[in-house]
Design a protein around this ligand. Structure first.
Ligand SMILES: Nc1ncnc2c1ncn2[C@@H]1O[C@H](COP(=O)(O)OP(=O)(O)OP(=O)(O)O)[C@@H](O)[C@H]1O
Length: 253
């Protein structure tokens, strides 16, 4: 049994004139535990919609979607979402933002402190515990968002263009760190991106979604060794994956 199983999932919305917009159709994907999956496709093809369905934040229109063997019917404490906008509480410090989830779950203060201390180390924010979000760069705020998501010890992390708003260098640094965090946290990641190189660099498998209504065009295994390093970006195999994926997306626009 797959860890996350989508079988013939479809999702429709209604626009203001009550016309149906089919965002996803016949979307079938099996994700295994601890896989790193990236999802790419043309703008508006339903990538974010799929994450929202998997997070239980939107109901499906038809099909079957199961997470750890149970139908997804609403938010699950074993999954967490990270968005492009950092969505931190501006009135809370780094530490308080990270401890928010455990606090809601009535985890005692000393245990919460331990959890946030470990995560602050993991995401490289030591020394910034008492800072407020407005005192941090975009990259640091996104580190806090990732730590906050991890604070509930999720098994599945759904990331919607998390590095989309960051400058190129910060983005590269966070890609490297995310892979380390993923390996340490032993979780499964579904990661939506518009960047083909980011998709290849991070993934075990890249899911290519067709233009709307989004359906899976192809799932490409990324046969590059781990741990990944930046040198790979210029390797012939990496460039070949990029070229192949780009052609597939351009073919659809
Ligand atoms: N809440 C909503 N109500 C109505 N239509 C919606 C809603 N959410 C998404 N849509 C529509 O569904 C389609 C798929 O949107 P979605 O955001 O999932 O695509 P995407 O591939 O993530 O796009 P992008 O790459 O531009 O972020 C789009 O046409 C979008 O306008």
């Amino acid at each position: 049994m797959a860890f996350l199983e989508a079988s013939k999932v479809s999702k429709s919305y209604r626009d203001k004139e009550n016309r149906e917009i089919v965002a996803l159709s016949d979307f079938t994907l099996s994700v295994q535990e601890r896989e790193f999956i990236t999802i790419i496709g043309p703008s508006g093809c339903g990538k974010s919609s799929f994450l929202f369905l998997a997070a239980g934040l939107e109901p499906l229109t038809s099909g079957v979607l199961e997470f750890h063997g149970e139908p997804v019917t609403g938010p699950d404490p074993l999954s967490a979402m990270v968005f492009q906008e950092y969505l931190l509480f501006p009135w809370k410090t780094v530490q308080q933002n990270i401890e928010f989830g455990p606090e809601l779950r009535h985890v005692p203060p000393d245990q919460r402190r331990e959890v946030s201390g470990n995560l602050i180390k993991m995401v490289g924010l030591e020394g910034f515990e008492k800072r407020y979000p407005h005192e941090l760069s975009g990259g640091m705020q996104q580190r806090v968002s990732i730590a906050r998501a991890l604070a509930n010890n999720p098994k599945l992390i759904l990331m919607d263009e998390p590095f989309g708003a960051l400058d190129a260098l910060t983005r590269e640094t966070l890609q490297v760190e995310l892979l380390k965090i993923w390996q340490q946290a032993k979780c499964t990641v579904l990661f939506v991106t518009h960047s083909i190189s980011e998709a290849v660099y991070l993934a075990d498998r890249v899911v290519v979604v067709s233009k709307r209504p989004g359906t899976i065009k192809e799932v490409v295994d990324i046969d590059l060794p781990r741990p990944r390093d930046r040198e790979m970006f210029t390797s012939p195999r990496f460039i070949e994956y990029e070229r192949y994926l780009k052609a597939m997306i351009l073919d659809d626009i």
